[in-house]
Design a protein around this ligand. Structure first.
Ligand code: ZN
Length: 389
């Protein structure tokens, strides 16, 4: 097992040899402005995030950059990072929130331990960040992909997050976060902590690190921790604009093709994320025959390498007009009328709806999703309004 650590940071957090330190970077004062918490390597084979933090650290140090607030960067799945694996026992970007604290039958996975430590670091950061007026805590989760993908960001659908994401200028994918239950960002979003994930590109592509670093600079300036006039921020803004050229500002997932182990799923070669496809195009083959695009749209994250539960996604473009329309509807609380939909019921004393089985169940869920309600629980019967609006 080869590794290149230690990384810069607080050495006291290195508890075991070979593992990266938990805290990679901690500069500034949370009493003076917002706190940005950067996660690197929540998936252990996505080590670009660690290098991005290292570069940021070096630049801040070298150029004596003034920080108004606090920048805290932490490593995610330390044991998996040391082995260059996505995870040891389970995906660390799942089981956050309601079910995370009660491992079944007392079995504790390697990731339960990582998660417990991360929660501690985050709760400390939230306690140390005094008030909402100072900007509070904002999360940035750095990722990369196995297949060739341009940089993009995804987020839990809430206007507080929209502002963060659009400041970066990278394409925003809505609805991706909803396809996975119990993600880190989804959970903290429900607690009122805004945040977004940046997918920088393919794991080994050197541009992935450049885009991740650029995203950190721009985000730091947009939330007020750094001076927007800094040379680093200006060139980062240009770099992200160049990486985004010709791609839509925002898309929303309209279809997910699930893959099961025995499917023998194989993508047709040559598809790239954001490419437009028309209904009926053969996108893949599996043991049942050709897999066709069920509608027109843009293909996202086609599965070319490794295993995964998502064969591909289809997305449709989302215009700025549609986004502001939704924002206005939410502010008007038009959602109170959602209980009039057949098969949708209010839940006593809670800002939530119950969606019962009916032919309209899929449509109802989608409407609730548009209003910022998020499915939860094993059976996904309840849709709860996100705290962050
Ligand atoms: Zn990842």
């Amino acid at each position: 097992m080869k590794n290149h650590y230690p990384l810069p940071g607080a050495a006291e957090h290195v508890s075991q040899p070979g593992l990266p330190p938990r805290v990679l970077l901690d500069v500034g004062d949370p009493m003076e402005g917002p706190t940005l918490v950067v996660f690197a390597g929540i998936h252990g084979n996505e080590r670009s995030g660690l290098e991005s933090v290292r570069r940021l650290n070096r630049a801040i140090d070298h150029d004596q950059i003034a920080v108004r607030g606090r920048i805290l960067a932490v490593s995610g799945n330390r044991k998996a990072i040391a082995c260059n694996q996505r995870f040891i026992d389970r995906d660390l970007n799942r089981r956050w929130g309601r079910t995370s604290s009660s491992p079944a039958l007392g079995v504790v996975s390697a990731e339960d331990e990582e998660q417990r430590e991360l929660v501690e670091v985050l709760e400390d950061a939230r306690r140390a960040s005094p008030t909402e007026e100072a900007g509070g805590v904002v999360l940035l989760d750095l990722h990369s992909t196995s297949g060739k993908t341009p940089a993009f960001c995804c987020l839990a659908d809430a206007p507080g997050n929209h502002r963060l994401a659009f400041a970066l200028g990278l394409p925003v994918i809505f609805g991706l976060e909803e396809t996975a239950d119990g993600t880190l960002l989804g959970h903290y979003n429900d607690l009122g902590v805004p945040g977004l994930a940046v997918e920088g590109g393919q794991h080994e592509d050197p541009r992935t690190i450049e885009r991740q670093v650029a995203a950190i600079w721009v985000l730091l300036a947009s939330i007020g921790i750094l001076d927007p006039g800094l040379t680093h921020v200006k060139s980062a803004t240009q770099a992200l604009a160049a990486a985004t050229k010709g791609r839509p500002q925002a898309v929303e997932i309209v279809y997910r093709h699930p893959v099961h182990e025995q499917d023998d799923f194989k993508m047709v070669s040559g598809f790239a994320s954001f490419q437009r496809v028309t209904q009926g195009t053969v996108l893949a083959h599996d043991r049942r025959g050709p897999v066709l695009a069920p509608m027109d749209g843009r293909i996202l994250l086609p599965l070319y390498q490794g295993e995964g539960e998502d064969g591909f996604f289809l997305a449709s473009d989302m215009t700025a007009a549609k986004l502001s329309f939704l924002h206005i509807l939410r502010q008007l609380r038009v959602d109170r009328a959602l209980k009039l939909l057949p098969g949708v019921h209010t839940v006593d004393g809670e800002d939530a709806f119950k969606v019962t089985d009916s032919p309209l169940r899929g449509v109802n869920r989608r409407v609730l999703g548009l209003f910022g309600y998020r499915r939860e629980g094993e059976d996904n019967v309840i849709s709860r309004r996100r705290q962050l609006q």
